[in-house]
Write a protein of this length. Structure first.
Length: 473
């Protein structure tokens, strides 16, 4: 099935589903341009705060790639008053989101975001983001199907030693921490950063969308970013001596990034400016966007990096996804929601290697396969390629609610399952050889609009824990 046939299927499905929604009985509490499904129910309205309020949490992180870190995630909301006409159907009038995070291995994330759904009580939504991120240990295992290869290593990183295949990430890292002895009188070399590179980006985004025919959203936006890539080739590092395990100085050998660049497989190893224009259409019947109980999101969008607006690269990304939120037993188990997402994306043109890992939807940016947003049992952006597909399912069960210091909380247990893979070409898309991960999570819903996520995920390669704000999808 071609990419365009897949996208046309999404459009046709969204049109079919829209018919009964558009035909629903109107209520004066909701504007003519908006669907009745967006109106908050009586329980939600009773618990919705008026005016300004803030939520947030300290962020603690620890993993072998980024190290141990501390940070802060905070949301500042303005809801208006109950007398406002928009109070009954908006999750909030304005939201300011701030994130700051630092680790002992040099990773830093800083961003400020603003979101105004139904801006000034109109059909328009405005969003903007600015930020600066830096990481010393981004992962690169190749592009496309090459990145799908299971991890393997030689015992103590010694040439000619036993090969261990289908390794866990921790064993893989431990083996590569040993230096290589190139012979008498020669410096020891290291391959511990063979799959690592440093990446730094400063970016700004602005997006606007408009609700039409009650259930459709058309949108567009721009993004400007400056990106810097550095490699470890030739750096002095500490490694383990193969025989004794004692820490010794070594010189980092050529990285996979350098090898693939020299072979002509990838471009962009020095970074560069990336400036985009983007736009799309979405069918959106989610009842309450921050924490939906029912509804669909079906979207298709394109992202175009364009030299004419100052980009150093010129390429096009197609992205399509379907999200569904369903209450199978609304009368017996109102608090039980099945949440699902399926996505497919294709990129073509002059693509710098680091852009294979960057996806964008109407709900905001996300990474490629691996990490909190997609395949949670694998490291961040473990698998990248010209074509990426993935599927997620969560069983969200709200087990209770409570009030603390005038703050309203709801607690959910969320078992989940993720599956996905990458391909070199769209015609290769099939149902074979996917990567799988599974796990269990908790969601703490704070004053309705803030979702605190805690997920434990595992796969054949790894076991990972996540703490963040917002649902995975």
């Amino acid at each position: 099935m071609s990419f365009w046939n897949s996208m046309m299927g999404l459009v046709c499905l969204s049109t079919f589903i829209a018919i009964p929604v558009y035909a629903e009985e109107r209520n004066s509490d909701v504007p003519e341009w908006l669907g009745e499904f967006k109106k908050l129910d009586e329980k939600e309205l009773a618990n919705k705060k008026e005016g300004w309020y803030a939520t947030g949490l300290p962020l603690f992180g620890n993993d072998a790639v980024n190290g141990s870190g501390l940070g802060l995630l905070a949301n500042v909301f303005y809801n208006g008053t109950k007398k406002d006409s928009s109070f009954k159907y908006t999750p909030y009038e304005h939201m300011f989101n701030v994130g700051v995070y630092r680790t002992n291995r040099g990773t830093e994330n800083n961003y400020l975001a603003w979101d105004a759904p139904y801006f000034l009580d109109t059909a328009y939504r405005l969003r903007s983001y600015v930020g600066h991120d830096a990481s010393y240990y981004n992962q690169y295992f190749g592009v496309g199907t090459e990145s799908l290869q299971p991890l393997y290593f030689r015992d103590r990183n010694a040439d000619g030693s036993r090969i261990v295949r289908n390794a866990t990430y921790s064993d893989f890292e431990n083996a590569n921490s040993y230096a290589k002895n190139r012979g008498p009188g020669r410096e020891l070399t290291s391959t511990q950063h063979y799959h690592d590179y440093q990446f730094e980006t400063t970016y700004g985004q602005f997006n606007a969308d408009k609700t039409i025919f009650q259930v459709f959203r058309v949108w567009g936006g721009v993004e400007f970013s400056k990106n810097i890539v550095r490699r470890y080739d030739g750096n002095s590092v500490d490694a383990k001596e193969p025989l004794t395990g004692v820490t010794v100085p070594a010189i980092e050998d050529s990285s996979k990034l350098t090898e693939d660049s020299n072979a002509g497989k990838i471009i962009g190893v020095h970074g560069g400016n990336l400036n985009y224009v983007r736009g799309g259409i979405a069918f959106d019947t989610r009842d309450y966007e921050p924490d939906p109980d029912r509804g669909w999101l079906i979207e298709y969008n394109v992202n175009k990096a364009e030299r004419s607006i100052g980009s150093d690269f010129n390429y096009l990304r197609h992205f399509g996804q379907i999200k569904n939120f369903y209450q199978p037993f609304p009368k017996l188990f109102e608090e039980f929601v099945i949440a699902q997402r399926a996505a497919l994306t294709k990129i073509e043109g002059e693509v710098p290697f680091f852009e294979y890992r960057y996806l964008f939807s109407i709900d905001g940016p996300m990474g490629a396969l691996g990490g909190q947003n997609t395949l949670r049992g694998y490291r961040q952006e473990r698998f990248v390629g010209p074509v990426i597909g993935f599927y997620n399912i969560e069983l969200r069960y709200r087990v209770g609610s409570f009030t603390l210091w005038d703050q309203f909380f709801q607690l959910s247990i969320v078992p989940f399952y993720d599956v996905g893979r990458v391909w070199d070409k769209i015609k290769q898309v099939s149902t074979m050889d996917y990567k799988h991960s599974r796990g269990l999570g908790l969601r703490l819903i704070w004053d309705q609009a803030t979702v605190i996520l805690m997920d434990y995920a595992y796969s054949r390669e790894d076991q990972l824990f996540y703490l963040d704000i917002g649902h995975t999808f």
